[in-house]
Design a protein around this ligand. Structure first.
Ligand code: NAD
Length: 477
């Protein structure tokens, strides 16, 4: 059984219990992780506080940065091993897993090199006074991450926190812990101080809930579903703790008649095929101007039907979904849409050679989808693309803004003024013009509006999010 990382040592969970680690590609159990619970979370929070009170709390920004840079290099040195682990544990095609590990290294480099560049300010104040604004760590920070991009989410969440001198308690998803645990080992090899990074695996409702309710934490950053995000915010509110929520999305790609369609087509397919659609920023709504609807959607259908599904080793466009529940959930959306008479424009049939126990679904393109249907409104989190027609710019903006979510959007048009008008009118945390997503995009501030959450990660803004300021006023006469 994989152990918990607490106070710089690998320890058994107090209960002695474990949870199975299942490969989504085959449904087979290939390892066991510790079932951490409230007592383990309490140990981890205390170990983190001890680190802040001890050597880690005295470590200079330069040294913190160097540790992160060393870890980035370790990740690169072990990239193939980490990619294979990530692919097996999360069911990713190898190319996706390899990319994810490179992005993890980028997060560590970006925040490692920024650690000693976040300085405070001297504020001009009344004569005779010296006014300083210090930037300080928040304290013990809690990080709850999902299963869809375990390595990337770990980097995005803990690298800025450690750069700013916080002590971290990380609760990875019970469905994808293997890479985070391996990174914990590598971090110790890089000289990260005992207790600066604690990793407690376990179930969300046990270890996760105990972490968010713990009175010893100063901040929670949560990436996951809206339902759990609301629970996390409620728990944090009871202790008056700051929260960042990175939640779901239903991101539109808006295609105007003058768009460069040749450029758009493969990007549209990738934005829903990637990670089998289990991406918060998946381009899951395709809005096409009516004048080109038939011709362009015909092209999308052909490209969509050519999408391939396979195991990590087959390295195709899509892998399996993460677990049985997720597979049944996505299948439920497909069945409901068909029952409701929504036309299937294209399907990418599953190859008969896929392992029987794996969690595969048939990628499906639906349209036109009524704007109030669950396929138009809810996050499916699978390889399912919903198509809509719009008449003009105002109609496109109305449709783009017609869900509760506001994470990402893309505008495709060659008209520069329209690009900017539409980008400004869409309510989302990021808008892309004639491109989609940013790979890792570690430099670009990221986060949602509306029900997609609040708080910002990535870029230098994450360093502000994961630190606090202190104003010091000195009278010197
Ligand atoms: P989830 O909400 O089920 O789980 C996320 C994490 O929360 C896991 O570690 C889980 O163990 C933990 N958790 C579960 N119940 C908890 C509780 N009561 N208290 C505290 N923690 C608890 O989400 P998921 O299914 O792992 O991930 C998919 C969701 O994540 C999707 O909605 C997706 O859009 C979202 N997501 C968002 C982003 C983003 O940056 N906005 C990125 C990736 C995924």
């Amino acid at each position: 059984m994989k152990q918990l990382l607490i106070g710089g040592a690998w320890v058994a969970p107090q209960s002695g219990e474990s949870l199975p680690v299942i490969a989504p590609a085959t449904g087979e159990v290939f390892d066991q992780i510790a079932r951490g619970q409230a007592a383990d979370i309490d140990r981890a929070v205390k170990a983190a506080q001890a680190a802040l009170d001890g050597a880690w709390g005295k470590t200079s920004a330069l040294e913190r940065g160097r540790i992160l840079m060393r870890l980035a290099q370790k990740v690169l040195d072990n990239a193939e091993e980490l990619s294979q682990l990530e692919a097996r544990d999360a069911g990713k095609p190898m190319a996706t897993a390899r990319n994810d590990i490179q992005v993890l290294a980028r997060y560590l480099e970006f925040y490692g090199s920024a650690a000693d560049k976040m300085h405070g300010e001297v504020i001009p104040f009344t004569t005779g006074y010296n006014a300083l604004l210090l930037r300080e760590p928040l304290g013990v920070t809690a990080h709850i991450i999902p299963w869809n991009y375990p390595a990337q989410m770990l980097g995005r969440s803990i690298a800025p926190a450690l750069a700013m001198g916080n002590a971290v308690v990380l609760k990875p998803s019970e469905d994808a812990c293997m890479t985070p645990l391996r990174i914990g080992e590598l971090a110790l090899e890089c000289g990260l101080h005992a207790g600066a990074l604690n990793i407690v695996t376990g179930l969300g409702e046990e270890a996760g809930a105990a972490l968010t309710a713990h009175p010893g934490i100063a901040f929670v950053t949560f990436t996951g579903s809206n339902e759990v995000g609301a629970l996390v915010q409620t728990a944090a509110a009871k202790n008056v703790v700051k929260v960042a929520l990175e939640l779901g999305g239903k991101s539109p790609q808006v295609i105007f008649e003058d768009a460069d369609l040749d450029r758009a087509l493969p990007i549209i397919i990738k934005a829903i095929a990637q990670n089998a659609g289990q991406t918060c920023t998946a381009g899951s709504r395709l809005l096409v101007q009516r004048s080109i609807y038939d011709s362009f959607v015909g092209r999308v259908a052909k490209a969509f039907a050519a999408m391939t599904v396979g195991t990590p080793e087959m390295d195709r466009d899509c892998g399996p979904l993460i677990n049985k529940n997720q597979m049944l959930r996505v299948q439920g959306y497909l069945d409901r849409a068909k029952r409701d008479g929504i036309p299937v424009i294209a399907e990418a049939p599953l190859d008969g050679n896929l392992p029987k126990g794996g969690y595969y679904v048939t990628p499906t393109l639906f349209g036109p989808v009524p704007a109030d249907h669950p396929l138009a409104q809810e996050e499916v989190f699978g390889p399912v693309l919903a198509v809509f027609a719009f008449d003009d710019e105002a109609d496109a903006i109305r449709l783009a803004n017609s869900t509760e979510y506001g994470l990402l959007a893309a505008v495709w048009t060659e008209n520069g003024a329209r690009q900017m008008r539409v980008a400004k009118a869409i309510r989302a945390g990021q808008v892309f013009i004639n491109c989609y997503g940013a790979g890792g995009g570690v430099e670009l501030p990221f986060g949602g509006v509306k029900r997609s959450g609040h708080g910002r990660e990535k870029g230098l803004m994450a360093l502000e999010e994961m630190s606090s300021t202190k104003t010091i006023l000195q009278f010197h006469g």
